[in-house]
Design a protein around this ligand. Sequence first.
Ligand code: SAM
Length: 233
Amino acid sequence: MTADSYGTLYIVSTPIGNLKDITFRAVEILSSVSMIAAEDTRHSKKLFQHYNITTPSISFFEHNRTARIPQIVTNLKKGNHVAVISDAGTPGISDPAYRLIREAISEGITVESIPGSTALIAGIVSSGLPTDRFLFEGFLPPKKGRKKRLMNLIDQDATIIFYESPYRLIKTLKEINEILGDRPAVIARELTKMNEEIIRGTVSDILSYFNNKKPRGEFVIMIGKNDTNVFFK
Ligand code: SAM
């Protein structure tokens, strides 16, 4: 088979909460490909049922990627179109899809993105922090290397965006306060969901907010740059 007859790998963005945040094209592609590689097939079932998508799906996540990538690539090389989706948002943004994408590219397979939701963009545009320059840091490492990563950010002339789990939110905010200082900060919680919440202030304001409230759900942390004068009144 030549590259001309290979199938296409579609990188399909799915909702980050609200099931309606998906494009017509995404639903069309998910319904027409031969196979969907989904981070968690049980989780994605809800989306498939909502849009009546009956395409066969296989799981593709961090711990089975070594075995799965060659299977998916073989499928694509046979001429089958495959869509990759993650649990939420855009595949490849803080999830293992990028490894599949890299492998497909190196095998001469066409890769096409079907754009849509991603938490960092939904978060930064609602934050009120400057959007002219921003730096996406993703997740800090859970244990080693956190402080070093933060120290490298001290002089960045940009709004900095982090992803964080509820379990490490407080720890991360405390370390940000210690290393980057008490800068303007915004937390976007549960974006597009029923309990969406945007908390604006400084890093210490946000820490105080969570003093009496256990962090729950999904979070984007956004930190203003060092000399920013965009404080919230
Ligand atoms: N691929 C996804 C994207 O495009 O945003 C990100 C996947 S990453 C494994 C999951 C992290 O994204 C969460 O821990 C949280 O930091 C952020 N996230 C995802 N959905 C979110 C939401 N509805 N509200 C706030 N943050 C969210």
